[in-house]
Design a protein around this ligand. Structure first.
Ligand SMILES: Cc1ncc(COP(=O)(O)O)c(C=O)c1O
Length: 385
């Protein structure tokens, strides 16, 4: 079976992990954590990075720090991996789901603007959703499949309504928006970016995530909250309910080695996307789009099949080529049935028709040719309407 996306650990991972074991620095905090945070900030264009246990933990803390609390609402795309919607619920808030764009599969910020302009009203207590009476506490764009949504439009909208932005960049570390990294500031006045290093991401720490920011204050508070809110080095005194969310030194050691290869991996992913686009161009499939102004990393190369992707996915898996559908849109999941849905037509369609194919950095030329041939054969006769 050719896997969908597996790590490529061919750099200095062994050497760095050995150093952790040799020096007894295996747990939370340590020299590799510091180094990883510094390198990550540099690589992403942020001023600061706080390394944490997972992308989900990063989202939880970022939403809390943005003031999202019980009974609030957070506007986010219906099409996403479940983690950001879960993180909203961890805060006691509810997601409001809006659609993505058919043309590039990214968040439809215009639709969000329509909802805020006409579906909400500004009151003393903040921006209130007319339908639910709840306060809109934040915008949560999720950048999908290695591309990015229009972060300038998000920033303008957030500033218009004085809303904080928590940007989920789990799938696009290494991508560029108008030639700037995911952590580079936008015009948004309050913005925190999160990312993930779980095993299927472009670089991995085994499991891990990070909070990226240009604010010293946000950095300090994120560090505090993720380190059980401990106030001093000696005494066990904590000044609020904190979280044990820090990344371990061993994980960060792997991350340091992985980060050294990030640019190379982005190049490999983009070359793989070029290859698939060339080989699959006359199949009738809609191939993974690259959003305007964005240099995508094509995290998992994906496509849409007109009549639905499930027969094709089944056939590819039977033939030893791992293929996976997109995530079920959030409003279709039982725990979010009560959440408001402002639009989901494209999300539903992409779920029905979308599939991802092997995209590992270490995919051999022979394997990628085989994947392309199998997809061509499986797609035979399927035209997209
Ligand atoms: C869009 C998105 N957000 C958040 C996450 C969560 O990251 P983690 O698995 O590190 O918690 C992922 C992937 O896992 C993701 O794809």
């Amino acid at each position: 079976m050719i896997p969908l996306s597996v790590p490529w650990l061919k750099g200095r991972e062994w050497e760095y992990v050995k150093e952790c074991l040799d020096t007894n620095w295996v747990s939370y905090l340590g020299p590799f954590v510091d180094r990883f945070e510094k390198s990550l900030a540099e690589a992403s264009g942020a001023d600061y990075a706080v390394a944490v246990a997972s992308g989900t933990a990063a989202l939880h803390i970022a939403l809390m720090m943005s003031g999202v609390g019980p009974g609030d609402e957070v506007v986010m795309p219906a099409l996403t991996f479940v983690a950001p919607a879960n993180a909203v619920r961890y805060c006691g808030a509810w997601p409001v789901f809006t659609d993505v764009r058919m043309r590039d599969w990214q968040w439809d910020v215009e639709q969000v603007a329509g909802f805020l302009d006409t579906g909400c009203e500004m009151k003393k207590s903040g921006l209130i959703n007319r339908a639910t009476g709840r306060r809109i506490a934040a915008l949560l764009p999720v950048h999908l499949m290695g591309g990015m949504c229009d972060v300038d439009a998000v920033a303008a909208l957030a500033n218009r309504y004085d809303l904080p932005v928590v940007e989920d960049a789990a799938e696009c570390l290494g991508a560029r928006w108008k030639d700037r990294g995911i952590g580079s500031p936008t015009a948004a006045r309050r913005r925190i970016v999160t990312t993930s290093f779980n095993g299927n991401k472009i670089i991995t720490t085994g499991g891990g995530g990070a909070i990226l920011t240009s604010s010293r204050e946000v950095h300090d508070r994120a560090r505090h909250l993720t380190t059980t809110a401990k106030t001093g080095t000696l005494e066990f005194v904590h000044d609020e309910v904190g979280y044990n969310y820090r990344l371990t030194n061993v994980a960060a050691a792997i991350g340091c080695a992985q980060l050294e290869a990030l640019d190379e991996y982005v190049g490999v992913k983009r070359a793989l996307a070029d290859f698939y686009r060339e080989r699959l161009r006359d199949t009738g499939l809609v191939l993974h789009p690259e959003p305007e102004h964005c240099r995508s990393i094509f995290w998992l190369f994906s496509a849409l099949a007109a009549t639905g992707s499930r027969p094709l996915i089944e056939r590819l898996n039977q033939r030893g080529v791992m293929a996976r559908p997109f995530w079920a849109p959030m409003h279709q999941l039982p725990m979010f049935r009560e959440a408001m849905v402002c639009g989901s037509e494209a999300a539903d369609r992409i779920y029905e028709c979308g599939f991802s194919i092997p995209s590992s950095v270490g995919l051999t030329p022979a394997d990628r040719s085989r994947v392309a041939e199998e997809v061509r054969a499986a797609a035979g006769g399927m035209a997209f309407e």
